[in-house]
Design a protein around this ligand. Structure first.
Ligand SMILES: *[C@@H]1O[C@H](CO)[C@@H](O)[C@H](O)[C@H]1NC(C)=O
Ligand SMILES: *[C@@H]1O[C@H](CO)[C@@H](O)[C@H](O)[C@H]1NC(C)=O
Length: 444
């Protein structure tokens, strides 16, 4: 799609008045960097019912759009696909950009995309609300420009939608996500500070025209995909890991850029499927619910000859989705093994929920196990990673919900962040495998 470069030019011109260009210093840190993660709703005191509504609102519309985006598995990006136009279940990585005083950013950690960007210099431009001031390039002494001839300012470099502001030779970008969120602005570079460790000359988008699904808690997105622009790629690290607390907690947990601490003894690993896309494809082969291995052929999870389908793990998607046939089989298995009435799906945003009497503590209801069978590993999900207990449904009852969506007839399988709660997940980029272990994430 063509961009209106005259408008982009104007933005970059205004933005770069007063910015000094500083020659980047070279240094690489071999040690593991650590940054804090929070759930986007952390500390906001939502009840489980409110969380459920936030997770599931408008799922139908979302599913329809997601179906379109999965046609070509190589184009960005599976983000914001919990099925909610206004909010999403997201985990934010916190660090600072710029010197001498690092300016705070809070970016959605997204293994489904590559670009790192934060809202920037938003005077008279379209930005969403964020909880602290937007990044001010003119307040940083180490800000640097990225010229139009830089290799990153190309489709191969990771920016299919690039441009150049002729008068000041700055790389312009537009980046669109599967949920139709979009950011436009200028690629710049600066020092990032992770818990007091400064890493110079990292490239990111200074987003001056940003719209779509964003909450008022974040300032942008940090791409952790396989492409050259992502944070792991730019840091040239051989592995990274994260551990997501449950969405009902407000504790912080870590992301490790480099070799993680405390993986624990119960780690398992499974190879990533080689792919030229920036997504992380997993060899999912089957699913067990309770005592039942679902009667499915492993090919329902595999990448098809045209590149569609397949199974990815995506930290930027909230709720896991399966192709309709898998979803249906999974629902049937839960319904046949849980001896409670099924709640009306129109009240639960398309999720399978069971009605429980309010007097009973829903947590006391036993729920069948859920196990994802991967090549070489069985991912036995903790209860809180697929069940949400809603103590009060507003109608005098309580609900027990299985937090999994349908991806539609031909959708791909996406393992979302709800299913990754309380699991330490390592992306070993060198050995091209995923290592995971159960964890209390706030204790790492
Ligand atoms: C900002 O983004 C919106 C949505 O993509 C687009 O319609 C609009 O033209 C953009 N504005 C500028 C000034 O580029
Ligand atoms: C990236 O790291 C690998 C080893 O992990 C090293 O061989 C390579 O030279 C590094 N590349 C850059 C650009 O630093």
């Amino acid at each position: 799609m063509k961009k209106d470069m005259s408008v982009l030019q104007l933005i970059s011109y205004v933005l770069f008045l007063g910015i000094m260009l500083v020659r980047p210093t070279t240094s690489a840190t071999g040690a593991t960097l650590r940054a804090d993660l929070t759930h986007v709703d952390s500390g906001r005191s939502f009840t489980n019912l409110e969380l459920l509504r936030r997770l599931t609102a408008r799922s139908t519309a979302q599913a329809a759009r997601f179906g379109v985006s999965t046609q070509a598995a190589t184009v960005p990006v599976a983000r914001g696909t919990t099925g909610n136009l206004e909010v999403d279940s997201e985990y934010l990585i916190h660090f600072g950009i710029g010197t001498p005083s690092p300016q705070a950013v809070a970016l959605t950690l997204d293994t489904g995309s590559d670009l790192i960007w934060t809202q920037c210099a938003c005077t008279n431009t379209t930005c969403f609300e964020q909880p602290f001031p937007v990044f001010d390039p003119s307040a940083s002494g180490t800000i640097g420009a990225v010229s139009c001839s830089d290799p990153i300012c190309t489709a191969q470099g990771g920016l299919p939608d690039n441009g150049c502001s002729a008068q000041d030779n700055l790389c312009l970008y537009a980046y669109t996500y599967a949920d139709k969120s979009i950011t436009q602005g200028t690629i710049i570079q600066d020092t990032f500070t992770f818990s007091d460790v400064a890493v110079p000359s990292l490239r990111f988008g200074c987003g001056t025209n940003n719209s779509g699904i964003f909450t008022s808690e974040e300032s942008g997105i940090a791409g952790f995909g396989r492409g050259p622009l992502s944070l792991p790629s730019q840091l040239n690290i051989s592995m990274f890991s994260y551990c997501f607390t449950t969405i009902v907690e407000s504790a912080r947990s870590p992301v490790f850029l480099g070799t993680p601490d405390n993986l624990g003894a119960n780690a398992q690993s499974t190879p990533f499927i080689p792919s030229s896309s920036s997504h992380y494809y997993l060899p999912l082969q089957g699913i067990t619910v309770g005592e039942t291995l679902l009667p499915l052929d492993a090919s329902v999870f595999a990448i098809k000859n045209d590149g569609s389908g397949g199974t990815i793990i995506d930290s930027g998607t909230g709720i896991t989705r399966f192709p309709q046939a898998v979803f249906q089989s999974l629902q049937e298995a839960f319904v046949s093994q849980v001896s409670l009435p099924v709640a009306n799906a129109s009240d639960t945003g398309g999720l399978l929920c069971f009605s429980t009497p309010q007097a009973a503590d829903p947590k006391s209801v036993s729920v069948p196990k859920l196990i994802f069978h991967l090549d070489g590993a069985d991912w036995d999900l903790p209860r809180e990673s697929y069940v949400l207990d809603v103590e009060n449904d507003g109608n005098g009852g309580a609900l027990l919900c299985v937090v999994i969506f349908s991806a539609g007839e031909n959708g791909m399988t996406i393992i979302g962040n709800f299913q990754q709660q309380n699991t330490h997940i390592v992306y070993d980029l060198e050995a091209n495998k995923m290592v995971f272990a159960p964890a209390s994430c706030d204790k790492l």
